[in-house]
Design a protein around this ligand. Structure first.
Ligand SMILES: *Cc1c(COP(=O)(O)O)cnc(C)c1O
Length: 405
C-alpha cells in the first residue's frame, strides 16, 4: 500500500460535476480577470473569516507583501516573526524593503515564543507577524496585548491555517490584516496559485485592492506603485465550490490528528505535537524523531551508527537519524515531507542578517528533528493504520534494541 503525503486529485473526484461546471462557466463567460465570480468568492471568504473585507490576490506571498505595503511598512522598518516557517514569510518582509527580525519558537507548539517577543522590539519595530504554523493558531490575545502595549500593527500569516480559529474566532480576523494562501496543498487549495488578504478596516482593504492592481484606484489613474496580483476567475470558481466543504475537511483533519495522537502516544521517545487548542486546523501533523538518550539531538538508536558506539559514529550530521527514518518509511510506502530542513535565518539568502549557528536554538533543533506524517481529509483509516504500523515496526524495534533499560 502506498500512502501519499497529501492528495490533490481526491477533492476533484469528490466535487467532480460541481467543479467542472464552475470552471466551464468561467471559461465560457470570457470574464477571466475580476468579475462576479471573483467578487462572490471574496464575499464568501470574508464571511468565513468573520471580517467585512477579503481581497483576492495571486498567492500567499503576495498577500503578505500587499498587507505590509498597505500598512506603509518599508525600508528602515523591522518586522518580528519566526524563522520556523516557509521562506515566503520573511521574503515578503524583505520584498517591501523592511528587515525581518526572528524570534525563536516555543519547543512545544513550534509557534513564535510569546515570552521572547518583547526583547526583540526596537524603536524600528512596526509589525508583529505571527505564523499559524501547520494550522495551529498562535495565541492572538497575547499578540494583541503586546502589539497595543508597543504601538505595533499585527499581520497574521494564515497560509497554513485556513479554517483555524483562536478562542472561537477565525484566524485572520484578529490582526490588522490576515494573509491566506490557496496553494494546492493548503487547507483550502485552488488548482494553481492564489491568495487573499482579509481585514476589518475599509481603508486598509481599499489600499490592498489598489496595490494589487498597479496602484490604480480608478482606470488608468495610478496613485502609487503597485503590482499585478489578482486572483483569477478560474481559481475563484474552484475555491467557491470548495469553500463550503472546508469545515467538514477540517473536522476530518482533526479526527486524523487525534487518531495519530492516540495510536502513537506509547511509542517510546517519538516526539508528538501537542493536541493544541480546539481551533487547530492540522494542515500538517509534525512529529519529532526521538531524542537520543545520550543527549545528542537525534537518536543514535535509529541511525546506521547503532552498531558502532565508537566516536566516529557520533560525527553524523544532526538530521541523520530523522533522514534515515524517512527513508525507512518511504521504503515501506509511507511518504513523508520535512517542513522545513533549513530554518529561514540560516538560508544563504539571509546570510547578510548575521544569524550564526545556535542563534535560534529551538528553531534549529526542530529543523533537524521534524517529519510531517501524511494528513489530508481523504486519508483513509486503512492508510493511516499503515502509517502507524510502519512507524511502530521501525521505531519500536530499533528503539527497544538500542536503548539501555
Ligand atoms: C505557503 C505559505 C506561504 C506562501 O504562500 P504561496 O501561496 O505559496 O505564495 C507563506 N507563508 C506560509 C507559512 C506558507 O506556508
Amino acid at each position: 500500500m502506498n500512502v501519499p503525503p497529501f492528495s490533490l486529485s481526491d477533492q476533484l473526484r469528490e466535487l467532480g460535476e460541481d467543479l467542472d461546471q464552475a470552471v466551464l462557466a468561467v471559461l465560457r463567460s470570457g470574464q477571466y480577470i475580476g468579475g462576479p465570480v471573483v467578487l462572490g468568492f471574496e464575499d464568501a471568504f470574508a464571511a468565513a473569516c468573520g471580517v467585512p473585507h477579503a481581497i483576492g490576490c495571486n498567492s500567499g506571498t503576495d498577500a503578505l507583501t500587499l498587507a505590509l505595503r498597505a500598512l506603509g511598512v518599508g525600508p528602515g522598518d523591522e518586522v518580528i516573526t519566526s524563522a520556523f516557517s516557509f521562506f515566503a514569510t520573511a521574503e515578503a518582509i524583505s520584498a517591501v524593503g523592511a528587515t525581518p527580525v526572528f524570534v525563536d519558537v516555543d519547543p512545544a507548539s513550534y509557534l513564535i515564543d510569546l515570552e521572547r517577543i518583547e526583547a526583540a522590539i526596537t524603536p524600528a519595530t512596526r509589525v508583529l507577524l505571527p505564523v499559524h504554523l501547520f494550522g495551529q493558531p498562535v495565541n492572538m490575545e497575547r499578540i494583541g496585548e503586546i502589539a497595543s502595549r508597543h504601538g505595533l500593527k499585527v499581520v497574521e500569516d494564515c497560509a497554513q491555517a485556513t479554517g483555524a480559529s483562536w478562542a472561537g474566532r477565525p484566524v485572520g480576523s484578529w490582526g490588522d490584516l490576515g494573509c491566506f494562501s490557496f496553494f494546492p496543498t493548503k487547507n483550502l487549495g485552488g488548482a494553481g496559485d492564489g491568495g487573499a488578504v482579509v481585514c476589518h478596516d475599509p481603508r486598509l482593504a481599499q489600499a490592498v485592492r489598489e496595490l494589487a492592481v498597479h496602484g490604480m484606484p480608478r482606470r488608468y489613474l495610478h496613485t502609487s506603485l503597485g503590482y499585478n496580483s489578482r486572483l483569477d476567475a478560474m481559481q475563484a470558481a474552484v475555491l467557491s465550490v470548495k469553500l463550503p466543504h472546508l469545515p467538514r475537511w477540517i473536522e476530518r483533519r482533526r479526527g486524523i490528528a487525534s487518531r495519530y495522537l492516540r495510536q502513537l502516544h506509547a511509542l517510546p521517545g517519538l516526539g508528538l505535537p501537542g493536541a493544541g487548542p480546539a481551533g487547530h486546523s492540522w494542515n500538517q501533523f509534525v512529529v519529532r524523531i526521538p531524542i537520543c538518550p545520550t543527549g545528542r539531538v537525534a537518536c543514535t538508536a535509529l541511525a546506521p551508527c547503532i552498531a558502532s558506539a565508537d566516536s566516529a559514529a557520533f560525527a553524523l550530521p544532526e538530521a541523520a537519524c530523522r533522514d534515515w527514518l524517512q527513508r525507512q518509511l518511504q521504503d515501506a510506502g509511507v511518504n513523508t515531507i520535512i517542513y522545513y530542513p533549513i530554518p529561514i535565518h540560516r538560508q544563504p539568502a539571509y546570510a547578510h542578517l548575521g544569524y550564526g549557528p545556535g542563534s535560534l536554538p529551538v528553531t534549529e533543533r526542530l529543523c533537524s528533528e521534524v517529519l510531517s506524517l501524511p494528513i489530508f481529509p481523504e486519508l483513509t483509516e486503512m492508510q493511516q493504520q499503515r502509517v502507524v504500523d510502519v512507524l511502530i515496526r521501525v521505531l519500536g524495534t530499533s528503539f527497544a534494541a538500542a536503548v539501555p533499560a
